[in-house]
Design a protein around this ligand. Structure first.
Ligand SMILES: Nc1ncnc2c1ncn2[C@@H]1O[C@H](COP(=O)(O)OP(=O)(O)O)[C@@H](O)[C@H]1O
Ligand SMILES: [Mg+2]
Length: 394
């Protein structure tokens, strides 16, 4: 038997080329119904067979005297209709054959449309798969390049710090008079050297932290971190400089504990408070609030994460950040105003580092700001489990 006729393995032939088979295109039920209706209408026996003479549907038993009409489709005989009528009426057989030919025509058209559609889908799937593969390769190359960059930065920063500590150390020795008394002008110069060296050390430290954070891919030291004490110590280190400008730092800190790397969490809070104090207007309040909240803000990303975290919220009443700039605020070295470095100092690494640390903890950092009114930065961290039912505390 021809394997193609028997519905041989798909792919062995071009589906557009496959032979027209009555049994494949017209389901048994459709043929049975047709045959039944015809036999009842004309009170006769009807038998439909395929091109090999196998019976596909029948109503009653046709005798050898039955009139046989071929079913023709696309110039081929694809089957036959046998009608047993007494007296014989060949037109009934032709009519029936015609109806089947029409049904076949429609079914075949649907099948061809389906095949073409499938082919179109298969080719776009293949195209997408190829694109995906090349994207994956590109991502791999980028990752490798990124690792090289991070290693380079880490090594460079380390190498730069060593001589810098000597510059700072010797400057301090000069100021302390260890090499003899300094004239006022000399003292001025050494102070400038010391100031600039400190600035450079800060930059190098930030760059080193950044490259470490990017390379680490997670948090190393995880422990409960009491937020009240952490915020206290950060606020204390800004109090003198804030007081000089009449800025109050208000703490609204719940007795909660974060679960993470204390040094990193402190750095995040430090960076946010540093910005708030730097950018808030003279004589205004900076508020540092810590409370319980979802680890990932509601509505961010496709997978809502309902794990409980703590939110560190830092509010200021400063210049604010415009919508355009908000999109870039967490990028390394981004500063809204390049003259900001001159006016306020800083390197543009504070928020990028904060984001890297927060995300290493599985948390998020975001900002809400109105230009001219102020900004609210929120960083979320995992929390030590707490019982949120009223009247209970951990
Ligand atoms: N609280 C804030 N109010 C207004 N602008 C801010 C605030 N925090 C950050 N910015 C803007 O984002 C920039 C990047 O901040 P950051 O990464 O901390 O760098 P840096 O403080 O060294 O400039 C700042 O230069 C400033 O333009
Ligand atoms: Mg900063």
């Amino acid at each position: 038997m021809n394997s193609r006729l028997a519905g041989g393995p798909a792919g062995a032939t071009d589906p557009l080329d496959e032979p027209v088979e009555l049994s494949r295109l017209l389901p048994d039920t459709e043929l049975d119904e047709l045959v039944g209706t015809f036999a009842a209408a004309h009170d006769c026996a009807v038998v439909i067979a395929d091109r090999e003479g196998r019976i596909l549907a029948q109503a009653g038993a046709a005798s050898t005297a039955a009139a046989v009409t071929p079913i023709e489709y696309l110039g081929e005989t694809v089957g036959s209709v046998a009608i047993d009528l007494d007296p014989p009426r060949p037109v009934v057989g032709r009519h029936m054959a015609h109806v089947i030919e029409l049904l076949l025509h429609h079914a075949h058209a649907r099948r061809l449309a389906g095949v073409v559609h499938e082919a179109a889908i298969a080719s776009s799937v293949a195209e997408l798969t190829a694109k995906n593969r090349s994207l994956e390769a590109a991502v791999d190359r980028l990752r490798a390049a990124d690792r090289v960059k991070s290693n380079f930065l880490a090594t460079m920063s380390h190498e730069l710090r060593t001589p810098l500590t000597s510059v700072i150390g010797y400057s301090e020795m000069l100021l302390e008079g260890l090499a003899g008394p300094l004239a006022p002008e000399q003292r001025d110069y050494v102070n400038t050297i010391l100031g600039k060296a400190d600035q450079l050390l800060q930059l190098i430290t930030s760059v080193l932290d950044m490259s470490r954070a990017e390379g680490a891919g997670g948090v190393v030291d995880v422990a409960p971190v009491a937020m009240t004490e952490l915020v206290d110590s950060v606020v204390a280190s800004f109090a003198p400089q804030a007081a000089k400008r009449g800025v109050r730092i208000v703490q609204e800190v719940a007795a909660v504990r974060a679960l993470g790397d204390r040094r990193q969490i402190r750095q995040v809070v430090w960076n946010l408070v540093s910005n708030a104090v730097k950018f808030t207007a003279d004589g205004t309040d900076v508020v540092v609030a810590v409370h319980i909240g979802p680890l990932v803000p509601v509505g961010s990303g496709t997978r809502p994460d309902l794990r409980i975290g703590i939110h560190v919220e830092v509010r200021d009443q400063g210049i604010g950040i415009s919508r355009d700039q908000l999109a870039h605020i967490f990028e390394p070295f981004f500063q809204v105003d390049s003259s900001s470095t001159r006016v306020y100092g800083g390197t543009g690494l504070g928020l990028a580092l904060a984001k890297a640390y927060v995300e290493a903890h599985g948390g998020r950092i975001w900002v809400d700001s109105t230009p001219g009114q102020g900004s609210t930065f929120v960083a979320s961290f995992p929390a030590v489990a707490v019982d949120l039912r009223p009247g209970r505390s951990s």
